[in-house]
Ligand binder design. Structure first.
Ligand code: SF4
Length: 141
């Protein structure tokens, strides 16, 4: 079975800060036994790396400089969905706290404070709406 996975969790330095967040090797090996992993980074589709960090404010995604990046994030989410449809991918394994890939938590500004709120990122939300199952990095064993 094919599973799309946040690319930064495979050690690719595609995060906003130009770094990666690799999974523990044992967990990754177990995933590889179970799934054919398809790495994907939605933010790389329309944004450079490194890039200014961005957070939800309401339903918009605004970067640290106050620039609205929602369209760029949406482009990446749609590209992820297109790839899932093309490759018949039914599962997305996402990096938590990302405004794109977060499954249980995403980053947001609420009342002027930076926080992690209980909501999915934009890509995870779109994939779920299209019937793709979501699996949080926090539920990998
Ligand atoms: S958008 Fe997703 S894959 Fe890309 S760096 Fe952020 S969490 Fe990782």
């Amino acid at each position: 079975m094919k599973a799309m996975i946040s690319k930064c969790m495979l050690g690719v330095p595609c995060r906003y800060d130009g770094k990666s967040k690799p999974l523990d090797e044992n967990i990754l090996n177990k995933l590889k036994e179970k799934y054919e992993l398809i790495p994907f980074c939605p933010e790389e589709v329309a944004l450079p790396t490194p890039r200014p960090p961005a957070r939800f404010i309401g339903d918009r995604i605004i970067d640290i400089n106050g620039i609205d990046k929602t369209d760029a994030f949406l482009k990446g989410a749609k590209e992820a969905l297109n790839l899932c449809k093309k490759e018949n991918i039914k599962l997305f394994i996402g990096k938590e706290k990302s405004p794109s890939c977060g499954i249980k938590k995403t980053s947001a500004y609420i009342n002027g404070c930076e926080c992690k709120c209980d909501a999915p990122g934009l890509t995870a939300k779109l994939l779920k709406e299209e019937g793709i199952e979501l699996l949080s990095e926090w539920n990998l064993t």
